[in-house]
Design a protein around this ligand. Structure first.
Ligand SMILES: Nc1ncnc2c1ncn2[C@@H]1O[C@H](COP(=O)(O)OP(=O)(O)O)[C@@H](O)[C@H]1O
Ligand SMILES: O=P(O)(O)O[C@H]1O[C@H](CO)[C@@H](O[C@H]2O[C@H](CO)[C@@H](O)[C@H](O)[C@H]2O)[C@H](O)[C@H]1O
Length: 461
C-alpha cells in the first residue's frame, strides 16, 4: 500500500485516489456483466466513499455519469448510478490473478501500483468473511450478523461464475455472500424480505446470516451472507437440460407453482397487504396500474427504438386493464421472478434474490404489488427457455406455463388462468422490462423479448 493518506471522499469531484483510478475504471466498468450502462458511454466518474477495508483492499462507492439523453416531452434525462467496488492495490500482481487485473495507475497517489478486482483474490475474500464474522464498524461501513448462527473461520472462497447482476462469493460450499453492485439508498429487499420470511418460518428462502451496509453518503445495504444450498441446480439450467433432452418439465413446473404460492402466502403474512374494497376501487387500482405500465412502455420505447412500432397496440393491452376486475390484493412480492431465481435441491424448490428489478427505484421495489406480476415473470421465463432451442418449442413453454399456474392455483386458492386480462398486461409489462434489460446488459439477447412483444402486440397473448 502507498504511504499516502487518502483524502476525505467528496461526492462531487474526482479527488486523490480517484485521479489514479478514474481512467482505469472508465475502461473496466463497461466490460463487467453487472454494469448496467452498456448502452451509454461513461462520461463521468465521481467518488462517493472510500474506505480501506484492510491493508491492500479499498472499498469504494462510485457514481457513474452518462451523456445526458433527450427524454420524452423535451426534457433531458440525467442518468447515472452508484456502484460498489472492492479494489486490491499492490506493487505486483501474481500471474494467477491475471483475470482480476484492472490496470496500472499512472498518476495520483496510487501511481505505479497495480489495481485489481479484489473479489477474485482468495486472500481478500477470506478477510472479507472475517470482517463479517466480527460485527463492528470500518469507517462508514457497518458489519452485522445473526448472533444465533455461527460461521466457521477458514472457509475456502470461490467467485461464483454465474450470469449475475451482482457478484457472489461462495465460502466452502457452506455460505454465499452477495455483494450488491448497483447501490441505492435504503434497505435492500434481498436482506429485508428473506429476514422477514425466516421470521414466518418459511423454509423456501435461505435466511440472512450476516450483512453489511454503509452510512455514507447515505444508508444502503451492501452485501448479504446466507447459507449456500450445495447440491442445488437453478431452474433455468434444469429447464434447458430438459429441453435439450426433449424431456417434459411439467411436474417440476407444477411444483414450482406450488412453491411460489407458498412464498406469496408467507409474504402476505409478513408484510402489510393492501385492502381491496368490495364496492369499486378495482377500477381505480387498475387505472393506476395501466398508467404506470404505459409510462414504462413510453420510456422504454424511447431508449429502444425497435419497440416503437408496437407501442399503439401494447397501449391497448394496458388500457384493457380498466375493464378487468382488481384481481388479488397488492402485497410484497418477489419482483423479478424468473427461472434463474429458483433453486431445486432434492425434490424441493427454493426461491432466492428478492432484490426486485434492479433498475427500478428501491421505494417502488419495496411497495406492494399484484402477485400476478411475479406469475407473469415466471411465465415469460418458460418462453425464454423454449426460445433457446432451434426450432423454438412453443408447445413445451405452453405446457410448463399451464402446469405452473395449476400448481399455483392449488395452493393459493385463486387461479391465475382466470385473470386473463391482468396476466396479459403484466406479461406485456415484463416483456417491455426485458427489452430494456437486454438492450443494456446483453444486446445479443434482445430478439428473445422482442419476439414476445410482437406476439403480445399482434396476437394478444
Ligand atoms: N443460497 C444459495 N445456494 C446456492 N446457490 C445460490 C444461492 N443463492 C444464490 N445462488 C446462486 O447464485 C446465483 C446468483 O444469485 P442471485 O441472488 O440471483 O444474484 P444476482 O442478483 O446477482 O443475479 C444464482 O443463480 C444461484 O445459482
Ligand atoms: O440478475 P437477476 O437474476 O436479478 O435478473 C436480471 O437478469 C436476468 C438474466 O440473468 C433477467 O432474466 C431474463 O433472462 C433469463 C434468462 O437468462 C430469463 O429466464 C428471464 O425470464 C428473463 O427475464 C432478468 O430479467 C433481470 O432482471
Amino acid at each position: 500500500m502507498p504511504k499516502t493518506a487518502f483524502p476525505s471522499p467528496s461526492d462531487t469531484t474526482v479527488v486523490g485516489p480517484m485521479a489514479s483510478l478514474a481512467g482505469l475504471l472508465r475502461e473496466w466498468l463497461p466490460r463487467q456483466r453487472w454494469f448496467a450502462g452498456k448502452d451509454r458511454p461513461v462520461t463521468d466518474l465521481a467518488l462517493l466513499s472510500l474506505t480501506e477495508l484492510f491493508p491492500g483492499c479499498l472499498h469504494l462507492l462510485v457514481r457513474t455519469g452518462h451523456t445526458p439523453v433527450p427524454a420524452p416531452g423535451g426534457t433531458t434525462a440525467v442518468s447515472g448510478d452508484c456502484y460498489q467496488l472492492l479494489l486490491g492495490v499492490r506493487k505486483h500482481l501474481s500471474p494467477r490473478l491475471g483475470r482480476a487485473l484492472i490496470g496500472r495507475a499512472e498518476s495520483g497517489p496510487l501511481a505505479g501500483l497495480t489495481v485489481f478486482d479484489a473479489l477474485q483474490d482468495p486472500r481478500s475474500a477470506q478477510l472479507l468473511l472475517e470482517r463479517l464474522r466480527h460485527p463492528g464498524a470500518a469507517g462508514p461501513l457497518r458489519f452485522e450478523a445473526d448472533p444465533a448462527v455461527s460461521v466457521p473461520t477458514g472457509l475456502v472462497p470461490r467467485v461464483l461464475d454465474a450470469e449475475q447482476s451482482n457478484s457472489s462469493l461462495v465460502y466452502g460450499d457452506a455460505f454465499i455472500l452477495k455483494l450488491f453492485r448497483r447501490v441505492q439508498p435504503g434497505v435492500n429487499p434481498d436482506l429485508e424480505v428473506p429476514g422477514a420470511l425466516a421470521g414466518q418460518g418459511c423454509r423456501r428462502v435461505p435466511a440472512p446470516v450476516a450483512w453489511f451496509r454503509t452510512t455514507h453518503p447515505y444508508e444502503a445495504t451492501l452485501g448479504v451472507l446466507q447459507p449456500f444450498l450445495p447440491d442445488a441446480s437453478d431452474g433455468w439450467t434444469l429447464a434447458l437440460e430438459a429441453l435439450a433432452r426433449g424431456e417434459d418439465f411439467t411436474a417440476q413446473a407444477r411444483e414450482l407453482g406450488e412453491a411460489m404460492a407458498d412464498v406469496h402466502l408467507a409474504l402476505a403474512a409478513a408484510f402489510p397487504v393492501e385492502a381491496v374494497a368490495a364496492d369499486g376501487p378495482a377500477c381505480d387500482q387498475n387505472s393506476r396500474t395501466a398508467a404506470a405500465m404505459t409510462e414504462r412502455l413510453t420510456s422504454a420505447a424511447h431508449c429502444v427504438p425497435a419497440l416503437q412500432p408496437f407501442v399503439p397496440r401494447l397501449r391497448t393491452a394496458f388500457a384493457a386493464l380498466e375493464a378487468c376486475d382488481a384481481g388479488p390484493p397488492a402485497q410484497r412480492i418477489h419482483g423479478d421472478l424468473h427461472l434463474g431465481q429458483v433453486l431445486r435441491a432434492g425434490r424441493e424448490w427454493f426461491v432466492i434474490d428478492f432484490e426486485g428489478e434492479p433498475s427500478r427505484p428501491l421505494a417502488e421495489r419495496r411497495s406492494p404489488h399484484s402477485p400476478v406480476r411475479d406469475i407473469a415473470g415466471m411465465l415469460r421465463s418458460f418462453d425464454y427457455a423454449a426460445r433457446q432451442r432451434r426450432p423454438w418449442r412453443p408447445e413445451w413453454a405452453r405446457r410448463c406455463r399451464e402446469a405452473f399456474c395449476a400448481g399455483y392455483a392449488a395452493r393459493a386458492g385463486w387461479d391465475p388462468r382466470k385473470k386473463h386480462g391482468l396476466l396479459r398486461a403484466y406479461e406485456t409489462d415484463r416483456a417491455v422490462y426485458e427489452v430494456l434489460y437486454e438492450a443494456r446488459h446483453r444486446p445479443d439477447w434482445l430478439p428473445v423479448p422482442m419476439a414476445a412483444i410482437e406476439r403480445l402486440a399482434v396476437r394478444g397473448g
